[in-house]
Each structure stands twice: as C-alpha cells, then as structure tokens.
Design a protein around this ligand. Structure first.
Ligand code: GLA
Length: 386
C-alpha cells in the first residue's frame, strides 16, 4: 500500500512513472540501551513500517524532493550541500548524498518523493529509515556496489557528520539488516552479527508512545555519551589500558575500580557494563526458545535505564508498570535515546488486541495523555522494490 501510494504521488507530481522505488523500515531496540556507541552489544528488530521513496534521474545537478509527511519540497544542488533548518528532514537525504560522493560514487540530478507508513518522531527511527531508503534509491538510479554493512556505516556517518547527531550504529544496522520473524544481534565493535528466529508463535511488537518528547533529548544524549567516555578514560588509567570505549573494560575491572568514578559517572558506566551482559543473556534465552527469559531481561533493561542511566521519564515508567499488569505482555522497555518517546512491548499474538486497548485506556486514566498503540511485527530490511 505505501509503495503504491509513493508511486502515485510521484506520478501526480511529476507526470511520469518513477524509475525506481525503495523502502527501508523503522526499528525497535529490544535490548542494549545506549550500548552501541560504547562498542557494546544490541538486540534489535526492524518493523513492518517503512519510509518509501520513488525517484527518477533528471540529469544536471539539481535535486528536488517532496516529503508527503511534511507536505514540503526541498530543492538544492548536489554540489555544496548545506543544512536547512527550515527543512531538517531533507538533511538526512543530503547527508547520504554527501557521504556517497565522498565515497567516490558519481551522482547527478534527480527528483524523488518520500512517503511511507513509518511515523516520524515516534521513537522508531524514521531518520535512519530515510537514510537507508536514500542509499538504496541512489543505488537503483546510479548503480554502485557496497556491501550492506558499509551501507549502514555510511548512513551512520551521514547522521553523525551532516545532521550532527552523535548516534551509534543501532538504527542504521537494523533498517538495513532486518528480517521477518526475527531479532538481530550486533556486536558494535567487531560488527559481527547474527539473526535469531523468534520461536512460533512469534510475539507481536507493540509500540506505545508516551506522547512526551523532552526538549533536552539531544543535549542529554550527548551528556550521556560524554559520561561514558569519561568512565572509560578513568577506568583506563586505573587498569593501565587505553580503552577506545567502555567495551574495552571488563565487568570484573569495572567492579574492582568503580569507586574511582564519580557517583553519577559510575551509575552510567554500570548500566552499560550490565546492559551488555543482558544482551548476551537475552540472546541465550532466545536461542533456547525461552521467551519468558528474554522478557525478564527486557524488563531489567528498563529498570536499569530508569535507575542508573536515568534516561527514562515518569510517563515511560508508568507505561512499563502498566504493561506488567496486562495479560500477554512478555517484556517491555523504553526504546531508543529516551527522555520521552516510546516503549516497546513484546506481546503474545492472541492477546495483542486486548493488550493494546487496555494499556491505552489505563495510560489515559493515569496521565490524561492519549496513546495510540502501534501493533507491528519483525520485518525485512531495506531494499529496492522497482
Ligand atoms: C538512539 C540512537 C542509537 C542508540 C539509541 C540508544 O536511537 O540513534 O544509536 O544510541 O538511541 O540505545
């Protein structure tokens, strides 16, 4: 449906059929909160909601984009790409064009529409999906070869360097590598990864958006990142190592030298160290078909984000407490950067509808805030459709 919509949109705006259509999904972080930029582990799924792009080459140097979600156009030359505070959504596309050109890919003018059924600002990483969809659209229009991991890394660089968000690889990896009925494990240091099939019947992924987004999301994200870097540096001095990030410190070393960290830094580092272990425990549970065991790790992850990393908020914590009271919920936690945004709930398929209705009603009773749960399933990663 979203694919047909994007094609029609292109046809009606430009009076021609698009040369290519691509899609890239959003993601949910199942385990591994703020572990990615620490060189740690993550467990993630791509979801069956995507950003879809339809585009054609036009020659010359001019790019013309239309975003259906924003109902805005952006026109700019390929040479001398610049950020545009009036159209921040276009920066994700520009960042990828910039990185592709830096990687030696020859591009020329094109026009494209951006549509899809992945909500923006809902905590499911529409930004990474837009980056991945752009990378695949460029590949369809200006064929170049790049392996999927390099494509994910290129999209991350687009976000770090052009958009200016110091994220890790979680979102872009998930959007590129997603697989149906599966979760994906990634070692963010070695980039070793594997696909873990969900035992049947696969749980649904229910996203519940808290309806709050704190102003400080980006600055707090940076602060957390810096605190982790400080912890790695101090623990490096104690252990005589030169750690690149917290991953290079073992849990034993952390426990031996943690008193040398200032209390807040210590809490941040403790979260990351234990969260890495939780990802491994969650993967082991999944491998033995133990969904309840995975669910316990997911609940523990949220508690650690709340108490140690302190990147939740009262509304997210309420959603988690409510989920525990509703039949069918296997595990729930906040997903993504935090300070507002969404929680992810793993829910037994036959109880999903009643779970969604109940949590929305209870959340509204408790907070006065409206919540429309989004029922998703694990889905395939980015690709060229036409
Ligand atoms: C955001 C970032 C990711 C990751 C998560 C937290 O989604 O984009 O790289 O750091 O937060 O785990």
């Amino acid at each position: 449906m979203p694919i047909e919509h994007a094609r029609q949109l292109f046809q009606s705006r430009f009076n021609a059929a698009p040369d290519a259509v691509t899609r890239a999904p959003g993601r949910v972080e199942i385990l591994g909160n703020h572990t990615d930029y620490n060189g740690g582990y993550v467990l993630t799924s791509a979801i069956n909601r995507s950003i879809v792009m339809a585009g054609s080459k036009t020659g010359g140097d001019a790019v013309e984009l239309y975003s259906a979600a924003m109902d805005q156009t952006a026109s700019f030359p390929l040479g001398g790409l610049k950020n545009d505070p009036e159209r921040p959504w276009a920066d994700y596309v520009k960042g990828v064009l910039d990185q592709l050109q830096k990687a030696g890919v020859t591009l020329s003018g094109f026009r494209a529409v951006i549509a899809g059924d992945l909500p923006i600002g809902a905590g499911v990483s529409s930004s990474a999906a837009l980056e991945a969809s752009t990378a695949y659209l460029m590949r369809a229009l200006f064929p170049y070869s790049m392996d999927p991991m390099d494509a994910a890394k290129l999209c991350r660089r687009a976000e770090n360097e052009f958009v200016g968000m110091p994220c890790g690889l979680l979102d872009q990896f998930s959007s590129v590598f997603g697989e149906a009925d599966s979760m994906l494990f990634l070692d963010c240091d070695t980039l070793e990864h594997k696909t873990l099939r969900l035992p049947a019947p696969a749980p649904n992924i229910v996203l519940t958006h808290s309806g709050v987004k704190h102003q400080l999301v980006e600055s707090e994200y940076r602060v957390r990142r810096e605190q982790c870097e400080t912890a790695a540096r101090v623990l490096g001095e104690k252990t005589g190592k030169t750690p690149r990030f917290l991953r290079d410190i073992t849990l034993d070393e952390f426990n031996q030298y943690k008193e040398s960290l200032e209390p807040v830094t210590r809490k941040r580092a403790q979260h990351v160290m234990e969260e890495n272990q939780r990802v491994l425990d969650g993967v082991a549970a999944l491998e033995r078909g133990d969904l309840a065991g995975l669910g316990r790790c997911v609940y523990e992850s949220h508690a650690s984000s709340r108490d140690l990393f302190e990147n939740t908020c009262p509304e997210l914590d309420i959603l988690i407490e409510l989920s525990k009271e509703i039949p069918g919920c296997i595990g729930a936690k906040m997903t993504g950067g935090g300070f507002g945004g969404a929680t992810v709930n793993l829910v037994e398929p036959d109880k999903t509808d009643s779970f969604a209705k109940t949590i929305a009603a209870l959340y509204e009773q408790n907070t006065g805030l409206h919540c429309e749960p989004m029922i998703c399933a694990a889905a395939p990663g980015a690709g060229i459709i036409i």
